[in-house]
Design a protein around this ligand. Structure first.
Ligand code: PHE
Length: 476
């Protein structure tokens, strides 16, 4: 296939799984998941998330990847090949990574800053009030500087091309990161708050055990809280699996026909979810054990940056080694993801402007992203307006607003339209045939069909309504 030779294809199934996992595992798992899990106190959020991953996650991920492989195109052109009237969906899809990149690199920059802090300001960073983190993100120069460093590295990797750039990184970083997170999560289990006697183990139970009191307002069950929890879990799923934004379509277009898609998707999904679960396990029990709920804004972006340095401090000398190691690994994981985000934009760019070289497109994308990301950084000081979202969340910064727009609004819309075109226009058989080429088995075929045709579209509509604040109006 010409596009495949142009872009280069993955060397076999392992190469593909690792690269896709490299895109999937990133700040979504390590920063966003713990943030949301701690916003809801753990348990319930965890269960809802797991249920969604097993049902929707699988269906959406395999749809994206299969569209890519079957058409051999990046997302912009892929939908045109699915059905000539649905080309617009490709354009809509590309908007999502364009939004995400602008704030992803900002948080990537925060991670870089924390690598340095863990060497030189180890104790200062472990500030239980969150003051250290807040004064950093609200300062004018430092966040912009670190964002630019992170963006420059991302752009450099993209500039060098898919295969060389991504595959090499993912192979080493993912397993190492996994071991490190597991170690930290286990350490948290054995910590103890000397004043209150609360142990990490108790915090862990709190993390995994659903508590329905979390859904009550003034002692009464509040359905809008439940809807919000589901919406947050769903948006997390999109973000974490990199679905509904064209990225997995682009990746799918590099996959050879002999790869068993159903099996690969399962592997990607399990790995991504496991990393998120462990990342939550590092953070949520620690928040609970040390009574940090008051020090951090619930669900604010600072959770891991405020909690983890304190965990590292409690490790004593070992913490001084583990802390920088941890943030370095996270930076790598974030990098493989940001590379994939930029790759999706550049891929679509080169498909649109066929006469402009890939390198030139990469540079243009990098510069435009940098300008936008500077504005996002300024959202914490000169451009801080404290917006209220339709979901009811108050005092939101530019970064939160962008996150809301891409994850709570656009992704459900893209996903709904994808379900319609696959489920009703070309029919699920279009996907199933591709998965079953070369005699591969697709065991969840029936569930898949029901999901794509009926369940997913209905839930998506509910989610869009929730994002727009409809339920808050009805139930209040
Ligand atoms: N899935 C990645 C993560 O969890 C983030 C990402 C978002 C990657 C969008 C690609 C596209 O961090």
């Amino acid at each position: 296939m010409t596009t495949q030779t142009k872009k280069g294809s993955f060397t076999g199934s392992i190469g593909f799984v690792l690269a896709a996992a490299g895109s999937a595992v990133g700040l979504g798992n390590l920063w966003r998941f713990p943030t949301l899990a701690s916003k809801y106190g753990g348990g319930l959020f965890l269960i809802v998330y797991l249920l969604l991953v097993l049902t929707f996650g699988f269906s959406l991920l395999i749809t994206d990847i299969t569209i890519g492989r079957k058409t051999g195109k990046s997302s912009l052109d892929a939908f045109k090949h699915v059905n000539s009237k649905w080309g617009f969906l490709g354009k809509l899809t590309v908007i999502v990574p364009c939004i995400i990149i602008t704030y992803y690199v900002v948080i990537g920059g925060w991670i870089l800053k924390y690598i340095v802090s863990s060497f030189f300001e180890f104790t200062a960073a472990a500030d239980p009030t969150g003051g250290y983190f807040n004064s950093f993100i609200t300062s004018k120069v430092s966040p912009i500087f670190w964002m630019l460093v992170f963006l420059a590295i991302t752009a450099f990797v993209v500039y060098c091309g898919v295969e060389k750039g991504i595959e090499r990184f993912s192979k080493f970083v993912m397993p190492a990161l996994f071991v490190l997170i597991l170690g930290i999560a286990v350490f948290v289990l054995f910590t103890k708050n000397k004043e209150t006697g609360v142990t990490g183990l108790k915090g862990f139970v709190h993390y995994i055990k659903p508590d329905f009191n979390d859904l009550k307002t003034d002692g009464k069950f509040d359905i809008s809280l439940l809807m919000q929890l589901i919406l947050d879990a769903m948006s997390q799923l999109f973000f974490s699996l990199s679905v509904a934004m064209g990225i997995m379509i682009t990746y799918g277009s590099y996959v050879k026909k002999d790869v068993d898609l159903s099996k690969s998707v399962k592997q990607i999904e399990i790995f991504d979810t496991l990393v998120a679960f462990l990342a939550g396990m590092m953070v949520v029990p620690a928040v609970y054990t040390f009574g940090l709920e008051d020090g951090i804004a619930k669900g604010g972006p600072g959770v891991i940056f405020v909690v983890l340095p304190q965990v590292f401090e409690k490790m004593g000398f070992a913490g001084r080694i583990i802390a920088p190691l941890f943030f370095i690994m996270v930076a790598f994981a974030a990098l493989t993801s940001s590379v994939s985000i930029m790759e999706a934009i550049v891929g679509s760019g080169t498909d649109t402007f066929k006469n402009t070289g890939r390198k030139k497109v990469s540079l243009i994308v990098a510069v435009v992203s940098a300008i936008a990301a500077v504005i996002v950084c300024l959202g914490y000081n000169v451009l801080s307006f404290g917006v209220t979202l339709p979901t009811g969340a108050t005092n939101q910064n530019l970064l939160d607003v962008l996150d809301y727009t891409s994850n709570n609004l656009l992704m459900p819309v893209v996903s709904l339209l994808t379900c319609i075109v696959i489920g009703w226009v070309v029919k699920p058989k279009w996907i199933i045939e591709e998965i079953e080429t070369e005699n591969h088995k697709f065991t969840r075929k029936t569930i898949y069909t029901v999901m794509i045709k009926y369940v997913a579209p209905v839930i998506m509509v509910l989610l869009i309504l929730q994002s727009l604040g409809a339920f808050r109006l009805i139930f209040k």
